[in-house]
Structures are given as structure tokens and as C-alpha cells.
Design a protein. Structure first.
Length: 175
């Protein structure tokens, strides 16, 4: 039995020696981070490229745009996003294009051959969507339709015959 106690005593002394020879190291800090982003929705195929006829199938008469502040009827259209993932709850649309010098808040410069006319873009509720303007929508049922309207507008009047053209692009961010 003395051997058994000596063996236990020897093991205890050895463990104590191992512990006493270990030195304390400086603490280590581990920073762990990540970034969770919302997955994008799909742009519905009817919204990828839009060509809007400001005359709704008829030519615009220059005589209707001769006075300052004259305009054509609104043309309504939608940009539709679909298949939004469950974690995506909001989508922000931002418009980009060449702003009209007279009214950049909601008008784009005409790059066609008609003069003294611009292209006005708004939400159907009257929100102004000039260059850089945004609108954030809440996603419901994995989709959203941005309801928009556009028309030809003459700030100064005196529109001359020719073409009306403006390119407006839309980009999206998701939350």
C-alpha cells in the first residue's frame, strides 16, 4: 500500500511541476463579424426594357405645346419586381438620367430633335422622380409594382416638331 501512495504522490508532484512550469500567455482577442444582406428580387420580364409612347399611339401636335407650362396627357406604366425571397422586406428604386435644366426635380432632358420639351416622370401619386430620386416600397407576397406616369412637358412653350427621347434607368437596392 505504501507503493500505491507513493505512485499517487509521484503523479501529484509531476502534475504540480507541469503546472508550475507553464507561464501565462497574453490574452488573444478574436473579432468575428459578418454582413447579412437581403437577396434581390427578380425584375419581371415585362419591366426589363420599357418603351413608352408619349402620344399613346398618336403623334403629338406641336400646336398643343406652344404655351409655357403645356404638356401631354399622362401615360401610365409599371415596373414590376417578383420572386422576392422571404428575407427581403423592402426594395428601393432609384432613377438615373440626364436631368432637364429647367426642372431637374422630375424631368429629363430631351435628346430627340424636338426643342423646348422635356420628359416628366412621376409616381402615380405625384412623387417626383428626377435624376437620383428614390422610392422605397414594402414587399408583399414576394412582389411589388412601382406605378409610374410620364408625359411630354414644355416649361417655356414654343415646342418645335421633331422626336422626343429620354433614357431613364432604374437601379434597385434591397433590405
Amino acid at each position: 500500500m505504501i507503493m500505491f501512495r507513493t505512485g499517487v504522490l509521484t503523479a501529484a508532484v509531476m502534475a504540480l511541476m507541469v503546472c508550475s512550469t507553464a507561464t501565462r500567455a497574453d490574452p488573444v482577442t478574436v473579432n468575428i463579424n459578418g454582413n447579412v444582406v437581403a437577396s434581390p428580387c427578380d425584375i419581371n420580364s415585362d419591366s426589363v426594357t420599357k418603351t413608352i409612347d408619349l402620344g399613346n399611339g398618336s403623334p403629338i401636335q406641336a400646336s398643343n405645346l406652344q404655351t409655357a407650362g403645356s404638356y401631354t396627357n399622362w401615360v401610365l406604366f409599371d415596373i414590376n419586381i417578383v420572386n422576392c425571397p422571404a428575407g427581403t422586406t423592402k426594395a428601393t428604386i432609384q432613377f438615373h438620367g440626364s436631368p432637364d435644366a429647367n426642372s431637374p426635380a422630375d424631368m429629363y432632358a430631351n435628346t430627340g430633335t424636338a426643342t423646348n420639351v422635356a420628359v416628366q416622370l412621376q409616381g402615380t401619386g405625384g412623387q417626383q422622380f428626377g435624376d437620383g430620386k428614390t422610392f422605397t416600397a414594402t414587399i408583399a407576397n414576394s412582389a411589388y409594382s412601382y406605378h409610374l406616369r410620364t408625359r411630354a412637358y414644355s416649361t417655356n412653350g414654343g415646342v418645335t416638331p421633331g422626336t422626343i427621347s429620354a433614357v431613364v434607368t432604374a437601379s434597385f437596392t434591397y433590405q
